[in-house]
Design a protein around this ligand. Structure first.
Ligand code: AMP
Length: 420
């Protein structure tokens, strides 16, 4: 289907052409006509399928037509997103696609000083992108007027629920006009999402691209059977291969992300890191360095990396195996975006094999097993070279030993020594 069949106005088509797109993606072709007809919509589409444009283009169309007819400025559209990074990214997309239109957009999210956000609101905006927490805070202080609102978008709705935003969303939607068009985008369709749709959407049309919870077809997936103590070494080995140009590495916890980043830095790898304990400025800088190619690797935790759009990610590496299948789908959706080919590699130490089984059942697909000699389950722990320090002992073993020591009576240590 050519873009002109979507019925979008010339200024939007020009911006699309400047973005270099050739034809609409399936979610755009399916969703945009329904949105343009004014229906509420629930769209289930994997990340990387072009779903942001699927709501931004018809939204720009509707607001620019109203603007031309002289409707006064005011917040006409609200987009709720789970993280600050995603909110900033959506705002960037709106600016790019709306570059030939006289419409203004602002973003409200935590982690930065609110003064600039208040200033932007005072200037008057047509579209507001927000994370639920900061928005609710603004609403409580009566800094927002949603009377003129015509459209609401809940983006990454499944993630917002995972992050515990249900109450905030309920409170926010409660302040919006009842007569509005509501669009909900989610990578997965769960009972909770269906229930959210029943409550907030009116006779919604549904668009579902791909199978439920299935990772994008453009991603080659495999797992490496690697013992936990060799994950760092295996990662380094892979990063030395020339095709690993832009590698997004997922760690489960912030501490783990910090440790891995330090290890990679010591190994002279150009690395940036993204997790929720970093300031907004540091996070944006890390993303920019990765986007610009100043960092070959971005180490990230799940929550902040959700929905982030970075062109040309060559590989996603699940350094820590994701605990639930939804996170897996979101993680690997960071590569192979918009029909480009990508690779997703998961490290699976023995203790995570059950998580792998659950994932395979959930996505209905068995992932390719790979073994690299010297890095597999049977790899011997190398003996230290002469003069080299012995490898650090396993922390679990050390903790167990310390616990046993503690549980001994205070004289136990010397008694044990005496016996020897
Ligand atoms: P999203 O799923 O919204 O995060 O979009 C993923 C990527 O697809 C972004 O990099 C967009 O710039 C890109 N994109 C959106 N629409 C199209 C299109 N029609 N053709 C090619 N790329 C697109």
């Amino acid at each position: 289907m050519p873009f002109r069949n979507l019925g979008l106005e010339a200024e939007i088509l020009r911006a699309i052409q400047q973005a270099g797109y050739v034809c609409p993606t399936p979610v755009q072709a399916a969703a945009i006509p329904k949105v343009r007809q004014g229906h509420d919509l629930i769209a289930i589409a994997q990340t990387g399928t072009g779903k942001t444009a699927a709501f931004v283009w018809p939204m720009l169309q509707r607001l620019s037509q109203a603007h031309r007819q002289g409707t006064p400025c005011g917040i006409k559209a609200l987009i709720l997103a789970p993280t600050r990074e995603l909110a900033v990214q959506i705002m960037g997309n709106i600016r790019a696609y709306g570059r030939h239109l006289p419409l203004r957009v602002a973003a409200i999210h935590g982690g930065v000083d609110e003064a600039a956000q208040i200033k932007a609101l005072h200037k008057g905006v047509h579209m507001l992108v927000a994370t639920p927490g900061r928005l609710l805070d603004f609403l409580g202080r009566e800094k927002l007027d949603f009377q003129p609102l015509e459209m609401l978008v809940l983006d990454e709705a499944d993630r917002m629920l995972d992050m515990g935003f249900l109450r905030d969303i309920e409170a926010i939607v409660g302040t919006l006009p009842k007569r509005r068009q509501t669009l909900m985008f989610s990578a997965t369709l769960s009972k909770e999402i269906e229930s959210l749709a029943r409550r907030f959407l009116y006779q919604p049309k549904m668009v579902q691209i791909g199978k439920r919870s299935n990772p994008a077809d453009t991603v080659d997936q495999c797992v490496y059977e690697v013992p936990a103590h060799l994950k760092n070494a295996l990662l380094l080995e892979l990063l030395r291969q020339p095709k690993f140009t832009k590698v997004l590495v997922f760690a489960r916890m912030k501490d783990g992300a910090d440790r891995l980043t330090n290890f990679l830095k010591l190994a002279q790898v150009k690395v940036a890191k993204l997790h929720s304990s970093r300031s907004q400025e540091q996070r944006l800088q890390a993303l920019q360095d990765f986007k610009d190619g100043k960092a070959q690797v971005l180490v990230a935790t799940d929550i902040v990396a959700r929905g982030i759009d970075i062109d040309g990610v060559s590989h996603v590496v699940n350094y820590d195996f994701p605990v639930n299948p939804e996170d897996y789908v979101h993680r690997i959706g960071r590569t192979g975006r918009a029909a480009a080919q990508g690779d997703a590699i998961s490290f699976v130490p023995k203790q995570d094999l059950n998580l792998l089984n659950i994932l395979e059942l959930s996505i209905g697909q068995r992932l390719d097993r790979k073994r690299l000699r010297g890095f597999d389950y049977h790899a011997p722990i190398p003996a230290p070279a002469p003069g080299e320090k012995p490898p650090r002992r396993d922390w679990r073993k050390r903790t167990r030993e310390m616990e046993v020591k503690k549980s001994l009576p205070s004289t136990g240590g010397s008694r044990a020594r005496d016996k020897r």
